[in-house]
Ligand binder design. Structure first.
Ligand SMILES: CC(=O)SCCNC(=O)CCNC(=O)[C@H](O)C(C)(C)COP(=O)(O)OP(=O)(O)OC[C@H]1O[C@@H](n2cnc3c(N)ncnc32)[C@H](O)[C@@H]1OP(=O)(O)O
Length: 210
């Protein structure tokens, strides 16, 4: 499969390695607006995101490999592609229940676990070793960082960032675009657009979206 990756930062490099480890996949282009013009490196086109229009073919798949949830959403909206044009990537070492649902453009990193009946939205990142327990509902553009644990029946709105090694107890809802600090323990619902840290969490900031 021919793949175009949008974004070329640290998160993208992890995704590039994941894709390249499968012989069936070939990265044809890496697009990022840090490039002013197009050039080839090791057979891969590097170019600004505007090049997507010329490079895209109906059989091409696209991954938006940008770690920041708000930026990832903005880029996805700008690309204006159909859902079937986005690739979902599941690392072979991840454990994904047969009854779980994974949205388009979502990336499941090495050793993550997605348990029974969990539903992961579109363009999410379930990072290395994260645990998404049974019956979770994860909103689009959410990022669950390495080693975070969402226990049973947790739900998130759109664009939530769960910091590394945070733990969310069963049945909790994390409101849209909320941020949970690394290592925090969430024992109460978190309102939308809130930044919460600590064990148990305290809300330290209301997030203003640009
Ligand atoms: C592969 C990858 O790398 S994936 C990326 C994974 N990334 C992460 O896990 C990062 C998660 N981010 C954090 O934990 C950050 O500290 C945030 C986003 C929660 C807060 O960042 P900022 O808004 O810059 O907050 P800031 O550093 O100013 O701290 C504000 C207060 O919260 C406290 N605080 C910040 N983070 C935490 C935390 N994780 N746990 C407990 N307290 C915290 C600070 O001590 C400070 O307290 P004070 O006001 O009493 O002094």
């Amino acid at each position: 499969m021919k793949i175009i990756i949008v974004g070329n930062g640290g998160h993208s490099r992890v995704i590039q390695e994941m894709i390249s480890s499968t012989k069936a996949n070939k990265i044809i282009a890496i697009l990022d607006d840090k490039y002013e013009h197009g050039f080839q490196e090791k057979g891969i086109i590097h170019a600004p995101i505007s090049f997507l229009v010329r490079l895209f073919r109906p059989d091409t798949k696209v991954v938006v490999a940008i770690g920041r949830n708000d930026v990832r959403k903005k880029i996805v909206k700008g690309l204006n592609l159909l859902p079937q044009h986005y690739l979902s990537i599941i690392h072979p070492s991840a454990i994904v229940s047969a009854s779980a649902k994974i949205g388009y453009g979502t990336v499941i990193m090495p050793q993550a676990v997605i348990n029974a009946e969990a539903e992961i939205g579109n363009h999410c990142i379930i990072n290395t070793g994260a645990i998404i327990e049974h019956d979770n509902e994860i909103g689009d553009y959410t990022h669950v960082s390495p080693n975070a644990t969402l226990t049973g029946n947790v739900s998130t709105g759109e664009g939530v960032h769960v910091g590394s090694s945070a733990t969310i107890i069963p049945g909790i809802h994390l409101g849209r675009w909320s941020v949970i600090g690394a290592g925090s323990t969430v024992i109460e619902h978190i309102p939308a657009y809130s930044k919460a840290v600590g064990s148990p969490t305290r809300i330290i900031e209301r997030i203003l979206m640009k």
